[in-house]
Design a protein around this ligand. Sequence first.
Ligand code: SF4
Length: 252
Amino acid sequence: MENLKSKKLIGYYGFPGRSVLKSVRERFGRDLELVDLDVARDAPDSRIIQSTTCRIIANIVDNAMELSNKLVAIVADVGEGKCDRGRYAAFLLKEEGFNVIESRFLPEQFEKRPLVYSTAEGSLAERVDRIMEMVVQPPPPDNHKRACEPTHGFWGVPPHDFRILDIFPPTTHIYGWTRCVEAGSPGDLEMECYVGENVPTVFFTQSFCAKQDLAHHLAEKYDGLFIDCHRDVNNSILSKVEAFIKLSYPGQ
Ligand code: SF4
């Protein structure tokens, strides 16, 4: 729980609607720090979630339990932009006594923002981080980044263990849910299923995530690599991805 020095915090997960997040901040204090509960923060196992649950949901619940009464509210994405497990986590957290405010990012709220970080050249991990910051802080309209020609694609949600991102070349385009977040359109299934033509793509999901069905289908359709990972990535997963990157684009 490093870097979380504030006495009181507002937790959130997924991509809550802008108006819900704004009204919660107005109600509890605009100066309160916002904390993304999806992210791995070394919280101890709360034992509320069974071991065969997606690691991101376990992060949400374990982080909330560890932060405990520092959290004045949790803004929970319980809509199609997240997943049923996000909705059930909201219920479990309410049962634990948290003040949970539910949010659904509806299609009529989709922002359809231009893509910058999904298509720019640069460290994949840093670009995924920048995109996730947009959930609470939309970027200025133009940050001078320009699209590059993709040599590879990464499809999926931000992983529990970011080390998997470090092996992708800087010319990797971002697809799937993370791309939808940059566009301000979580839950846009058409966008979530888009990948560039002939771009060798790794379709990544956390284990026990419903998106495995999509990832498997898309990997077959586009001749990509389907990979899932539960907790930390291991050498076998890293080697598989590394080999795919090298073999699909010998220049790497
Ligand atoms: S990884 Fe999948 S199951 Fe887990 S929170 Fe994200 S969408 Fe839900």
